[in-house]
Each structure stands twice: as C-alpha cells, then as structure tokens.
Design a binder for this molecule. Structure first.
Ligand SMILES: [Zn+2]
Length: 147
C-alpha cells in the first residue's frame, strides 16, 4: 500500500510509515473511507480518480465497492473501466470472476470490456510474481507495485 502522508510504498501491515513516521493504523483507514466516499461524488472525473487511487492504495477492503462500480451502469463507463483496472491490481478471490464476467459480456461497454481484459492480465502477472517471491518473505518492503 501507499502511505497516505508521503505516498511512499510501505508494508501493508506496518503501523507506522518507515519513511515519514506517519500513523498508518487509523489514518490509513480513514483515508480509505474518504476515497471510497469519493466514488459517489457527482463529478465523474472525481469518481474516476477515486477508483484509480483505490488501486494505488492497495487495500483489499476496496474490492467489494469496486466490484459494485464495475457492474453499475449508473456510473460513467470510464469510471467503471478504472474500477476494473484497480481490481486487477488489488486482486483477491472475488475480483477474478467479476472481471471475467465483465470481459465476456457482449452487452457490456467496449471500454469496460477492454479494461476488464487488461485487469485479468494484470491479475495473472501478479499471481506469477507472488509465486516467484514466496521464497523471499521477510524482506523489509515486501512486494513492490510496478507502474
Ligand atoms: Zn509516509
């Protein structure tokens, strides 16, 4: 996940940011809730930024709400496409079948389908990377996010 104070990559389980000393236990949680709330902002660009940030923050508690956005036609297709891409980053057992459903639905918006396919590729790349790193546990910063 990213530290909400200094935006450095930090371990998901850290209570204090090793880079800036910021509190990650309660602030990070409040921050996640703020970003999730922004998904329902009236402006589609703000919604899209929120969906993007949820992928960057890297907290799997955002997965259920991103799945809701992915399937909710009330959202702009670009917001739903961004939700798909963030689901690809966050992963988790529930993300894969939902992305598969969106990617293979012929009635789905083209941009949402394309992003769902990209996200599925990201998911399988990350799974391979986790397998490769399983002998590497205990390193100070854990897995890094490529961007
Ligand atoms: Zn920090």
């Amino acid at each position: 996940m990213l530290c909400p104070h200094c935006w450095q990559q930090v371990d998901r389980n850290a209570a204090v940011c090793p880079q800036c000393g910021g509190d990650l236990s309660s602030d990070a949680r409040d921050y996640l809730e703020k970003v999730i709330t922004s998904l329902h902002h009236p402006d589609a660009l703000t919604q899209r930024r929120a969906a993007y940030l949820l992928g960057l923050i890297g907290d799997v508690r955002a997965v259920p709400v991103l799945i809701e956005v992915l399937h909710d036609n009330g959202f702009d297709p670009f917001v739903r496409a961004q939700a798909a891409e963030s689901l690809g980053i966050l992963g988790g057992p529930s993300a894969q079948p939902e992305l598969q459903a969106a990617a293979s639905n012929p009635a789905e918006s083209v941009i949402v389908r394309a992003s769902a396919r990209t996200a599925l590729a990201t998911l399988s790349n990350n799974e391979n990377r986790v397998d490769a790193q399983s002998s590497n546990e205990g390193t100070p910063h854990g897995a890094t996010v490529e961007r």
